[in-house]
Design a protein around this ligand. Structure first.
Ligand code: ADP
Ligand code: MG
Ligand code: MG
Length: 908
């Protein structure tokens, strides 16, 4: 007698399993048991555990010897409930053999129906049912499925495309129908189905070199093994890789008495959602087919009928609904819908079959839904009293929130087209427009009232205006943190980067798509799905993700449970206000240099260049004085927009040579203004050249060499603050020093802060200006020495873009060349520039927080890298004790939700 229980029975309102036993019984097996316990009509059967799947693989593809004894014992119980016998010549019970993993893997594994039909049982079955057409139809279905799933796929045979046994049998069937002039399977007569079955068996023997088993027991054992084998089928394995499902979860096998939807016009099969999965509307939603079995509804052989009026659409409006055709059974199903929702407290996806007027439930599981539907349903269920507030917060996947903030492709329209090229989903939502190849064209065309897609090899800061003007951005090169991606996400603009198959010829204004003969020309219409990274030619209909009052209500509940702060990365009053409307509680990163790009940047950029190319202190001071009012205005406006909330100003960060003018015209203009000749300008520019600027003269190092640059910015911060206070405002500035690796750098800069502070106080006659002084932590050395850094710094903000770059030693602008290989070949589980590498970079962050707080217990700690809006990274930040995360405006709601979920899941 074996100690482990390998088989769990269900049927007749009893069950050995339960809904919460999904790990052992798979989702399908656990919920079949639960439905029995709820008293629903479920054909009896039993489930073989997922552990057996692992045993099967450990034992070199053999079933544990005790298993089949347990199976036949369980079969006996099933037979008693069903009052039939498996393999019996007079009163045969047929079963299905169904796969079911812990998490739903739709269509990835196999199921075989009608097991138990063979020469020993068919005559009795014919007599009992008195329905030869049904019997032979079931038999030919069994043969087709069994040959495909058990005899071919599970046996590891890999026939060439279109040469599989299923295909050969399908062809035979089609040929036959054509010969007879039939349009539908339902026209084939009983005798013809019998004939076809014999033909099928011959084709199987010929193709696979073995006979279709004519023994019920052998069929069942083969079916069980085939389901286990399908766990390691190609499709299932790659699905697991994508979804991150571990191999050792295994699949369960549910063996279940067959009920038949193909017994005639009072029989049917169908699928339904207890609420509309696209909108969340509280309306029963589904499809069904009369006289059909199994996958017929989803296979698209016939247009399925609508379940009810609510499900009618253009395609099926002429077909009668189940509500009309079988009102009594429909009412029964409506009752079951209620019972299920009350028990599962969620929207479910169900499968049912009607055999000669009797309704049977074959499956239920929590249904997949859109972001809009998830939110709407959660709010409605709260008001119905079906779920509590915490559950509401956990019901919406933070990634899905994106959908609610941007226009999207109409899913139905998108399903009808296929992408011509794919890239990385860098900016969310969808956009459609005419292609232009330069930023100038984007601006010009937009002025004419055109919607444009800006298509570039890659973007650089000079393209910003064009990117702003474009409805969508598409680049051939660059990763998720490339310039285009960062900027687009910041604006919540649709953007696809790194579409490597695009060969862009900017001069000719064309882009060829490698591996096809498609050439995209200026003015061609493209549609981008930035959430998926898909590019379509032509226009795909877009949908407005409309302002939704439920969204506001939902976010209020979210904030009730959130403990960690959420700020935004923003540099303009517009972005600051937008982020505020999305719930940002301050600015975690204001990049001073932003004012030198894009709209209105002409003059400040000119003055900055003048400063950069100055050859001595007095020239430089002169240029800085001219620049000062622009810097101050920017800072003041942003502080004002964030009135009452903190704004973290980062001192100038990028290497100066990035701003050296390249064009002759600009150089000349500068030369004139500086009173020197063009050659000198070029020389001074060359002197700033660096071979590795990202690790060169940048960040705090600029202020060490040129303290007057820091001084000017610090003065702008303090003066704007005092001016705003005098205007009865409530500014909260924070000064942040970038790219530090030693506390001495912070001490050096702090001296400048103190000096300027005293000067400003004196000038305005004030005693005190409230501010904080801190640093960005983005160099591993700063993490190692965080206890010292915290002596001077009142706050840390992890710049996880640079920190990741320096910890991995990957230049983040160059990951396009290799990172996809690292991901494809499973060397890295995820792009560390998108989600914090918790194993490596995360360890540095944790150490830094611990060391910093050992020195200064009230140290404020935040993160302002791109990962700040990534739900998994937010969760990590919460667990690590960060005070806040900061992300681009459109990600603020996502971060708020992720933070609230972390509090509920991991909070004390
Ligand atoms: P999947 O996991 O791919 O959905 P299922 O195991 O649910 O596969 O089987 C597919 C379909 O086969 C079901 O939706 C149902 O219609 C039909 N089916 C499975 N088992 C039975 C059964 N015992 N009686 C009648 N139909 C069944
Ligand atoms: Mg199913
Ligand atoms: Mg940085």
């Amino acid at each position: 007698m074996s100690q482990v229980k390998r088989v769990y029975t269900f049927g007749n309102k009893k069950a050995e399993g339960r809904a919460d036993m999904k790990n052992l019984l798979g989702g399908k097996g656990a919920n079949l048991a639960e439905m029995c316990l709820l008293g629903l009509p479920v054909p009896a059967g039993f489930t073989i555990t997922t552990d057996v799947c692992n045993e099967y693989y450990k034992n070199n593809h053999t079933l544990p010897p005790e298993l089949m004894t347990e199976v036949w014992d369980a079969m006996k119980k099933t037979e008693e409930i069903m009052n039939m016998k498996f393999g019996d010549p007079e009163n045969a019970l047929l079963v299905s053999c169904r796969s079911g993993a812990r998490k739903s893997m739709p269509g990835m594994m196999d199921t075989v129906l009608n097991i138990g039909l063979c020469s020993a049982t068919i005559p009795g079955f014919l007599k009992k049912t008195n329905n030869p057409r049904f019997v032979w139809d079931s038999y030919r279905r069994l043969i087709m499925m069994y040959a495909d799933v058990v005899m071919e796929k599970a046996d590891g045979a890999e026939p060439a495309e279109g040469k599989g046994i299923r295909k050969l049998l399908d062809e035979k069937l089609d040929e036959f129908k054509k010969e007879k002039g039939y349009n539908s399977d339902t026209e084939i007569t009983a005798d013809e189905l019998k004939f076809l079955s014999e033909e099928f068996k011959k084709i199987i023997q010929r193709t696979l070199g073995k006979p279709f088993p004519d023994d019920a027991k052998e069929q069942l054992e083969g079916g069980i093994k085939a389901v286990f084998k399908s766990w390691n089928g190609k499709k299932a394995v790659s699905f697991r890789r994508i979804e991150g499902i571990p191999d050792d979860w295994g699949t369960a096998v549910s063996v279940q008495s067959m009920v038949f939807g193909n017994m005639g016009d009072s029989s049917a099969t169908g699928v339904a959602f207890t609420r509309n999965p696209a909108t969340g509307d509280n309306l029963f939603y589904g499809e069904w087919l009369v006289n059909a079995q199994g996958e017929d509804v989803v296979a698209g052989i016939r247009t399925p009928n609508p379940l009810n009026d609510e499900t009618k659409n253009e395609q099926n409006v002429h077909l009668h609904s189940m509500h009309e055709a079988m009102p009594k059974t429909y009412e029964e199903l409506v009752e079951i819908r209620e019972i299920l929702e009350k028990s599962f407290h969620d929207m479910l996806d169900i499968e049912f079959t009607i055999q000669e007027g009797s309704l049977y439930m074959l499956q239920c599981r929590v249904g997949k839904r859109t972001g809009t539907a998830a939110l709407n349903m959660a709010m409605e269920m709260l008001h119905e009293g079906l779920i509590d507030e915490k559950t509401v917060v956990l019901r919406v996947d933070p990634k899905q929130l994106d959908e609610l903030l941007h226009p999207i492709c109409n899913p139905e329209a998108e399903a009808r087209v296929s992408p011509v090229v794919k890239g990385l989903p860098a900016g969310p939502g969808a956009s459609t427009g005419k292609v232009v190849f330069t930023a100038e064209d984007a601006v010009a065309w937009q002025r004419k009232g055109e919607k444009v897609i800006l298509l570039r090899e890659e973007t650089n800061p000079e393209d910003v205006e064009g990117m702003r003007a474009a409805a969508g951005i598409l680049t051939a090169r660059g990763g998720m943190t490339s310039h285009a991606a960062l900027v687009a996400r910041g604006w919540g603009k649709c953007c696809i980067v790194g579409a490597g198959a695009l060969n862009v010829d900017s001069a000719r204004k064309t882009a060829r798509i490698a591996g096809s003969d498609i050439v995209i020309k200026e003015g061609d219409v493209l549609t981008l799905n930035g959430t998926k990274g898909n590019v379509y030619t032509g226009e795909v209909e877009l949908m407005d993700a409309t302002e939704n009052p439920k969204f506001q209500e939902f976010m209020t509940i979210v904030d009730k449970y959130r403990k960690m702060g959420v700020r935004t990365n923003a540099e303009t009053p517009e972005d600051a206000s937008l982020a505020r409307s999305f719930g940002a509680e301050g600015i975690g990163l204001f990049r001073t240099e932003h004012m030198f790009y894009g709209k209105g940047s002409e003059t400040p950029l000119f003055l900055l260049r003048k400063m950069i190319l100055s050859s001595n202190l007095s020239e430089r001071r002169g240029a800085l004085d001219e620049l000062y009012p622009y810097v101050k205005k920017d800072m003041k406006n942003t502080l004002e927009a964030m009135d009452g909330l903190p704004v973290t100003f980062r001192l100038l960060d990028p290497p100066l040579h990035e701003f050296v003018p390249q064009g002759a015209e600009k150089q000349e203009e500068l030369a004139k203004s500086l009173g020197i000749n063009k050659e000198d300008i070029a020389k001074r520019g060359e002197a700033l050249h660096e071979s590795n600027p990202m690790m060169g003269h940048r960040g705090v190092r600029l202020g060490i060499t040129f303290p007057e640059i820091s001084e000017m910015q610090i003065r702008a911060i303090f003066e704007s603050t005092v001016e705003l206070i005098n205007e009865a405002k409530d500014p909260h500035p924070e000064i942040m020093v970038p790219v530090t690796g030693d506390v001495a750098e912070l001490d050096f800069t702090r001296k400048i802060v103190d000096r300027v502070y005293a000067e400003v106080c004196k000038k305005f006659g004030v005693k005190e200006i409230e501010f904080k002084y801190g640093t960005m932590i983005e160099i591993p050395r700063a993490c190692l020495l965080s206890d010292r850094m915290a002596k001077t710094a009142q706050f840390f903000s992890f710049g996880t873009n640079d920190l990741t770059q320096m910890t991995f030693g990957y230049s983040r602008d160059d990951t396009g060349g290799f990172l996809h290989d690292y991901l494809d070949k499973n060397i890295l589980a995820a792009d560390p520039f998108q989600t914090i590498d918790q194993d490596g970079v995360g360890q540095l962050i944790k150490m830094s927080v611990d060391k910093g707080r050992a020195t200064r217990p009230d140290l404020k700690v935040g993160i302002c890298g791109e990962q700040g809006g990534d739900p998994a990274s937010v969760e990590f930040c919460f667990k690590t004790g960060l005070t806040y995360v900061s992300c681009s405006p459109f990600r603020v709601p996502i971060a708020r939700l992720a933070a609230a979920q972390s509090s509920i899941r991991f909070g004390k």
